[in-house]
Design a protein around this ligand. Structure first.
Ligand SMILES: [Fe+2]
Length: 204
């Protein structure tokens, strides 16, 4: 087996059928560095696209964090409403997952590069990191509501800036998809905290 530069690796032995062997790429083949934008005939200035891409990557990091928080709470659900919450958390996880695809796609449409890996998400997100341990249902839901609110404030502010800077496509994605999905999830979640006794909610 040969690397692309033609050098044999340490494990190479002559096989006699080199033409049939895969040619591995050297691991330094970035064609676009993170933060760089490619040119596209969108009728949008580079400055506008750069501003939208940078802010969208922050929103993406928060949506991915919220999505994973739903996964954690789905796995760690408990109590008399277990089945209902187990299914609700899974549904919201799927909806947040769909949003990540739409946001990442928008970043690529604008000529940028979306973050993808969990280490990069952890670097960029503004949402609080939850403990690894299991929490009560009330704490789980309260934590989720806090994440939704931060995300909603951020998404509305970015939508407003995008309208001012002449990028209504991004503003539309933020309002029609990110804001409306998250507002709906807040309503559905918050209803689960109505009538919960103080002791169960952890209040003195
Ligand atoms: Fe599951």
């Amino acid at each position: 087996m040969k690397s692309q530069n033609g050098h044999r690796t340490a494990t190479d032995e002559a096989s006699g059928c080199e033409q049939a062997e895969p040619v591995l790429a050297d691991r330094q083949g970035e064609i676009q560095r993170f933060g760089e934008l490619i040119e596209l005939p969108l009728g949008l200035s580079r400055a506008t696209r750069e501003a939208s891409v940078t802010a969208l990557n922050h929103i993406l990091a928060d949506v991915m964090t919220l999505r994973d928080l739903y996964q954690k709470h789905h796995w760690q659900a408990s109590g008399p409403t277990f089945k209902q919450l187990y299914e609700l958390f899974a549904k919201h996880y799927q909806q947040q997952s769909a949003l990540t695809e739409q946001i990442a796609q928008r970043i690529q449409i604008l000529g940028g590069i979306s973050i993808a890996m969990s280490a990069d998400v952890a670097d960029l997100t503004w949402l609080d990191r939850p403990p690894r341990g299991r929490e009560t249902v009330s704490v789980q839901i309260t934590r989720l509501l806090g994440g939704h609110e931060k995300l909603l404030l951020e998404a509305r502010e970015l939508a407003r800036r995008c309208m001012e800077e002449g990028d209504p496509g991004t503003a539309d994605l933020l309002v029609s998809n990110v804001v409306r999905t998250n507002e709906l999830q807040v309503w559905v979640l918050a209803e689960h905290l109505v009538g919960i006794p103080d002791a169960e909610a952890g209040r003195p």
